[in-house]
Design a protein around this ligand. Sequence first.
Ligand code: ATP
Length: 211
Amino acid sequence: MKIGIFGGAFNPVHNGHLKLIDILSSVPMKPNFASLDKFVIIPTANPPHRSDDEFVSGLDRVKMLRLAIKDNDIFNSKTNSVKLEISDIEFGMVGKSYTYNTLKALKGLYPEGEYYLFVGSDQLFAFKSWYKYEKILKLARIVVFSRKEEDIPKVKQFLEENKDINADAVYASPFDVSSSEIRAKLKNGESIEGLVPSCVEDYIKEHKLYV
Ligand code: ATP
């Protein structure tokens, strides 16, 4: 079973994330170019000592992700059989949640899985400073996504110089929006229409998040 892993704060989830998830979950994976069976979206735990309006609870972030995925035409009409799953695995972890620990915990849940870890190009350049990165490489294959076309040559060069990482690279053309932009708009009372699915917008309004 091929399992893709994609982490983020999703504070809140937006249409850029959804477009990215659609692209990444459809990538044929090496070595045999088969599709993923499962794509696990992992929201990060709340940073310790931070409970301000800006960082809403893990439960709210998971609920918004669930609504966004359930209500999305792209995912509902997917022809491949990849199963999207939202995992709260990092919420129960004590202290800082390191990718290595998350992967080990997932491996415990699905021991037969072949793991593909999606990392953004910025994260790739810092990958060798990650906790137990060499062990991560033993647990998962790295798939790098670039949101900016100009990053592609830098990613290629980095991978050329760091052959031990042995990653695959994907270009994911961006839908230009960020969670921080959405939080700022909400704080200023501006519309976020078209930036998040309408069910997520309704949830944010109903629960008075990010105000
Ligand atoms: P913030 O603005 O709060 O930093 P963000 O919008 O970048 O948040 P995250 O939850 O931190 O969102 O991102 C999770 C992952 O999604 C990251 O790897 C990030 O590179 C990617 N991502 C975020 N926004 C986009 C977008 N518009 N298009 C493609 N990928 C995105």
